[in-house]
Design a protein around this ligand. Sequence first.
Ligand code: FEO
Length: 172
Amino acid sequence: MISTKIEKALNQQVLLEAESSQIYLAMASWAEVEGYNGIADFLYTHSDEERVHMLKLVKFINERGGRGIIPALSQPALKYKGVRPLFEQVLNHEIHVSEEINKLVDICLKDKDYTTHNFLQWYVSEQIEEEALARRVIDKLKLIGDDKGGFYMFDRDIASLEAAVGREKGRN
Ligand code: FEO
């Protein structure tokens, strides 16, 4: 059984993961309309992953005797200044998510809720991967600069970046 305090904190995280999914969905739609099909696919997949993050939390809260709250969401931005600012926003957002996960872990330790603490470890390692991936994408975009050919290849190959970060994580 989770405490009311932990239930509330977990439901805040449900909201943040749902917002993440919604933001990445808006970004994916923008990228698709702009003709960046590889980037759009990458972001659509990320949006789906965030929904899974949300769902895992909802199910955990319900299993532990609480009530998972499906939140109302605000309208994300419709337009982005470009691909690099978009991914800088992704990185900043993921850093924020990591901070919130760390706060949750801290609340669990203070509350001596070791079950929820254990459950959250999956999110802790997921955040390492998410931040690394966003940084990797931004590094590539910095290298490419204004090179149109490089950008074409980036859009084509972006899916493989995710696989590379996953493989590195597996080695650690
Ligand atoms: Fe589920 Fe990207 O944080």
